[in-house]
Design a protein around this ligand. Structure first.
Ligand code: SAM
Length: 244
């Protein structure tokens, strides 16, 4: 990692109240592995060191906002892609056990190999679609937390994520700006799926100032067995929302 990128990571994380100094070597190794992965196949759209550091690493660390990940939780990362937010969060918190999930096997293999190379023992990637995995008893109503970044609209996230959670568990969704319509649909979908929205926090991404929103849903009771609907339907026909 070049010195400018290292400074951006330090400053960005500091704005979030996080000291990355002890983890800089691991972040540098992650950066190198991502760039190597990008050279082999198109892993992420972000290619430059400042972009990767701010828009992947620091952006992922904003999931710690609000303290919803405090404690030794079992955490699903729904639609992890190249490992975000899992990998930065797992680097900073060995007490959190992550299950990054993605439907694209090649991405899951990248996350598995990268976690191994970084010596992260708290990352156990899983290939598959959320709609199918949450039909398996070992993944339904089981996890303490679901984190998600850049995957789908709120009502879709509610349908894909809440079935993973035990009652009392939380979905922490890191998103860009959300419209009142999307929020309303997310609230209604959460209710239908056995949960409720407990927090909506607008904030700015450190250094760059891009608008972000952290939406937290709590699961109150078991999700009705008809959810999630079959593969692809949650995204094609989001609950309570026609304006995709
Ligand atoms: C835009 S990428 C975001 C990746 C990562 N979370 C990030 O912030 O960089 C969305 C990812 O979600 C995965 N995905 C979408 N729907 C899914 C589903 N129903 N089950 C599992 N993975 C899904 C896709 O394969 C893709 O890798």
């Amino acid at each position: 990692m070049n010195p400018e990128a290292a400074d951006l990571l330090r400053c960005g994380a500091q704005e979030l109240g996080i000291d990355v100094e002890p983890a800089l070597d691991r972040f540098a190794a992650l950066l190198a592995l991502l760039q190597e992965g990008n050279a082999r196949f198109n892993l992420t759209a972000l290619k430059t060191e400042p972009d990767i550091v701010l828009k992947h690493f620091v952006d992922s660390l904003t999931c710690f906002g609000g303290g919803h990940l405090e404690g030794a939780h079992q955490v699903v990362d729904l639609g992890t892609g190249a490992g975000f937010p899992t990998l930065p969060l797992a680097i900073m918190r060995a007490d959190l056990m992550f299950t990054p999930v993605d439907s694209t096997r090649k991405k899951v293999e990248f996350v598995r190999a990268t976690a191994e190379a970084l010596g992260l023992h708290n990352v156990r990637p899983l290939a598959g679609r959320a709609e199918t995995l949450t039909r398996q008893p070992k993944h339904r109503d089981r996890y303490d937390r679901v984190v998600v970044r850049a995957v789908a609209a709120l009502p879709v996230l509610a349908e894909l994520a809440l079935p993973f959670l035990r009652p009392g568990g939380l979905l922490v969704a890191q998103k860009g700006p959300i419209s009142p319509e999307e929020l309303r649909a997310g609230q209604r979908a959460a209710g239908e799926l056995g949960g409720r929205v407990i927090e909506v926090e607008a904030f700015s991404l450190p250094v760059l100032g891009d608008a972000r929103t952290l939406v937290v849903m709590e699961k109150l009771r078991d999700t009705p067995s008809k959810y999630p609907r079959r593969e692809g339907v949650p995204n094609q026909q989001p609950l309570f929302w026609s304006a995709k």
